[in-house]
Design a protein around this ligand. Structure first.
Ligand SMILES: O=C(O)[C@H](O)[C@@H](O)[C@H](O)[C@H](O)COP(=O)(O)O
Length: 300
């Protein structure tokens, strides 16, 4: 399918590469000229502005935004919407707050534009070789886009979650769960590390990755991190966050749902910024492994 893709960061560039692999025609736009050149180098068609992109797509256009959450999404939409026509589809595939997505769907509807909020998971590897996508918004638009979404995802790794905002809400809660799981893994290794035994963390992670109840991608990633350095001495235990754990907790508080694990994991992240702990180093290493997120280097 012919698609306009806006935002060639780490995730966007990999998604464009995946779309090209599947034979889709992709027009790309990014604020960075070097990102545009890189995308052109792998077969995308770079355009010099959003209005040029729109003019080079036929009505019932498909435009996919993969820009940082917050103001950049609004700025992109403000620039795009006046050029679009009724029936065009606009996707926000980033980590936007679901409340913003509800508002943006209304803004898009004023132009007859069908808006989809699609939460995207699976980190950089997923973006390149098959992600997981949670879609909210116009069901009609979702059905039209299904062949494209299918090519971007692993088998069975996508679905329609419900009305506008539901896609990003599902992704937000997914991230809350992610915080809790990573925190538990970090704490487990902290207990091993503090014990009377001389555990080889990499060996434990390798064994736990095969056949155990807690096997899975996060365990494989922690194994990968320990392969680099069994003590993770290349990073500090300071853990950043995108805000999604906080939003998840806010939703839980609003609905008076008890979510102590997610709350504790979030608060632990806040605390990690003022002290250094082995469990935090494990979580910081995991974020780096699956998302390519930066980490603070250890001070020597
Ligand atoms: O599902 C995913 O692929 C990840 O969750 C991804 O979306 C991103 O790496 C996180 O948003 C990081 O979240 P924090 O910065 O809050 O840890």
């Amino acid at each position: 399918m012919k698609t306009g893709f806006i935002g060639l960061g780490k995730m966007g560039m990999n998604m464009v590469a995946g779309l090209l692999d599947h034979g889709h025609e992709v027009l790309v736009y990014d604020l960075s000229q070097s990102n545009m050149e890189e995308a052109a180098g792998i077969g995308a068609r770079a355009v010099d502005s959003l209005s040029t992109m729109v003019s080079q797509l036929e009505p019932r256009r498909i435009l996919w935004m993969m820009v940082p959450a917050g103001k950049p999404v609004d700025t992109t939409m403000d620039a795009l919407l006046p050029h679009l026509s009724a029936g065009d589809i606009l996707v926000d595939g980033g980590n936007s707050n679901y409340r913003d997505s509800v508002r943006r769907a209304r803004d898009a509807a004023r132009y007859g534009v069908l808006f989809l909020d699609i939460g995207t998971s699976g980190g950089l590897e997923g973006a390149r070789h098959g992600a997981c996508m949670m879609a909210g918004g116009s069901r009609e638009a979702y059905e039209q886009l299904e062949p494209l979404i299918r090519d971007m995802c692993v088998d069975g790794g996508y679905g329609y979650m419900g009305a506008s905002g539901a896609g990003h809400f599902a992704k937000m809660v997914h991230n809350g769960v992610e915080y809790g799981m990573m925190q538990a893994i970090g704490e487990g290794f902290d207990i091993l590390d503090s014990s009377q035994f001389e555990f080889d963390h990499r060996e434990v992670a390798r064994v736990w990755s095969n056949g155990s109840v807690i096997r899975g991608w996060l365990m494989e990633l922690v194994c990968r991190a320990f392969e680099k350095d069994g003590r993770l001495d290349y990073l500090s235990g300071e853990i950043a966050d995108s805000g999604e754990g906080k939003w998840t907790l806010e939703a839980a508080l609003e609905e008076e749902v008890s979510a102590p694990v997610i709350a504790a994991a979030l608060f632990r992240r806040y605390r990690s910024r003022s002290d250094d702990n082995f469990s935090d180093k494990v979580v910081a290493a995991l974020r780096h492994e699956f998302g390519g997120h930066g980490f603070s280097s250890k001070e020597v």
